[in-house]
Design a protein around this ligand. Structure first.
Ligand SMILES: Cc1cc2nc3c(=O)[nH]c(=O)nc-3n(C[C@H](O)[C@H](O)[C@H](O)COP(=O)(O)OP(=O)(O)OC[C@H]3O[C@@H](n4cnc5c(N)ncnc54)[C@H](O)[C@@H]3O)c2cc1C
Length: 458
């Protein structure tokens, strides 16, 4: 395992918990803060939870943590899929979900200033009132926070066209481990003064500082959206169709793939009948002034491989998007779910899908697959019994083999969920010694005592 060994043995969580603002040591708060939605089983709950209400609360907590050498685990809405906000005994959780105000929306500059606990969907609902939207839209939009999105560089369904969180953050207000406040970025569209500290903090999984405010880029709502649902005999054909759309040089705003077993789980949860129409499904949306022209190109690319239908109205399109958004919750009804997050070059989707089927056959682990197909980002989902853990046995073997499959195809360990606790074993394989050394040095420079989210990410 790639770890940095911080000496936190002198830590006294009791001293911090006595002096910090809005502390809870209630069993249910500590239990809830001990894990996320990754399927990770924590060994023990944290010693306490600080529910920050303001940037001052964050400053005060981090100053105490530095003084008493207490490890602090930042937490947003706890919907992460890499156990990056998981915590254990000897740690204190700093929960910023209560800092949840939209401070300003500027329709002329097309930006929003928000606190970190604002939910992704809440920001979108507010922006819609101005004819604008915030582009990164994880399938968890209704339940995940902007701070968590920034700390994981979250992606989503619309990222196909509009990019991931990194492309929508203008500036950040961050509290460093020692309590100092840092401003990164700027509120203009362009600007290159100094190193790009936004990029450093985006995706840093709570290891470099706590985001207490963010200025985000909004975009005009598309004038029109066109939706195609395509059904295929098998998932390899769906993957080939997705690669054909990319090769046709159209730019879908969304291209989501689901395999047959996932369709079955969605049907069971929603009472729909998608599985009866094919063994795999591709949802392709195009948007903007050319939406329906682009749709014709999509149909031309996909039709040779599957049966296509155009959404008849907005309600029909929304139902198709809901089916995709409900994929993970539907599988969670079947058992404990651990979600892979590999990325591969977009022309190799069919190969990776075939490789996943082989891994499932070899390890005996049930793997369901969905993908943000236009980004080459797949979510192979391992469904286990409730008492099984992804950190051991066949599920862990399957996870490791998925990574090696992605690497062999020129891909990556994690497209959007982050490394957290669950993927550290394979980090060095992907990054190499020099990159890892540089990253450890950056972390050490910003958090010399090693109090921020120890044991996670790098
Ligand atoms: C049903 C479902 C669907 C999902 N779909 C997607 C998807 O399509 N795309 C995608 O990218 N993800 C998806 N996710 C994963 C998850 O929602 C995202 O990773 C999200 O960005 C996590 O946000 P959160 O507020 O829940 O963060 P948490 O889980 O609370 O924390 C995640 C990480 O961020 C850190 N953190 C949180 N807040 C702050 C802060 N203010 N400052 C510094 N660090 C902080 C934590 O320490 C941790 O490292 C999905 C999850 C679920 C359950």
């Amino acid at each position: 395992m790639n770890t940095i060994d911080f000496d936190l043995t002198a830590g006294s969580t009791a001293a911090l918990l006595q002096a910090a603002p809005n502390v809870s040591i209630r069993g249910e708060d500590r239990e809830r803060a001990s894990t996320d939605r990754s399927g990770y089983l924590p060994p023990s709950p944290p010693d306490g939870v600080v529910f920050a209400r303001s940037a001052d609360d964050v400053v005060q907590t981090l100053r105490l943590a530095s003084r008493h050498r207490v490890p602090v685990v930042p937490r947003g809405a706890g919907t992460g899929l890499a156990a990056a906000s998981a915590s254990r005994a000897g740690e204190v959780v700093l929960d910023v979900s209560g800092m949840n105000e939209i401070l300003r929306i500027d329709p002329v500059e097309q930006l929003a200033v928000v606190q970190p606990g604002v939910l992704n969907a809440e920001l979108n609902a507010a922006a819609a009132g101005y004819g604008l939207f915030y582009a990164p839209d994880p399938a968890s939009t209704a339940i995940c926070s902007i701070g968590g999105n920034i700390a994981t560089n979250a992606g989503g369904m619309r990222c196909a066209k509009y990019g991931v969180t990194r492309e929508s953050v203008l500036s950040l207000r961050v509290i460093l481990a020692d309590g100092r406040e840092l401003r990164t970025g700027r509120d203009t569209i362009k600007g290159v003064t100094g190193y790009d500290l936004n990029a450093l903090f985006i995706g840093s999984e709570g290891t470099l500082g706590i985001v207490v405010e963010a200025t985000l880029r909004l975009r005009p709502l598309p004038t029109a959206t066109a939706t195609v649902a395509a059904f295929f005999p098998d998932v390899e054909s769906a993957a080939r169709a997705a690669s054909a759309v990319v090769a046709a040089r159209v730019q879908p705003s969304m291209m989501e793939l689901m395999d047959g077993p996932t369709l079955e789980a969605v049907d069971m949860a929603l009472g729909t009948d998608y599985r009866s129409r094919g063994g795999a499904f591709l949802l392709v949306q195009t948007d903007g002034y050319g939406a329906f022209l682009e749709q014709e190109v999509v149909l031309e690319a996909v039709s040779p491989l599957g049966t296509c239908e155009k959404a008849v109205d907005d309600e029909h399109a929304a139902a198709l998007v809901t089916a995709r958004r409900e994929a993970i919750p539907s599988l969670e009804r079947l058992g404990r779910v651990s979600i892979g997050d590999i990325g591969v070059p977009r022309g190799r989707l069919a190969e990776v899908v075939a490789g996943l089927e082989q891994i499932s056959a070899d390890t005996g682990v049930r793997i369901f697959t969905i993908a943000h197909a236009s980004d080459g980002n797949l979510h192979p989902m391992i469904v286990m019994d409730q008492e099984e853990s992804v950190t051991e046995g066949p599920p862990k073997e399957a996870l490791g083999r998925m990574f090696h499959l992605a690497k062999r195809l020129g891909g990556t360990l994690t497209g959007e969920h982050g490394v957290g606790l669950l993927k550290r074993d394979w980090l060095r394989d992907e990054l190499g010694d020099v990159s890892l050394e540089v990253q450890h040095a950056i972390r050490q420079a910003l958090d010399p005592l090693g109090i921020l989210n120890p044991g996670k990410a790098i």
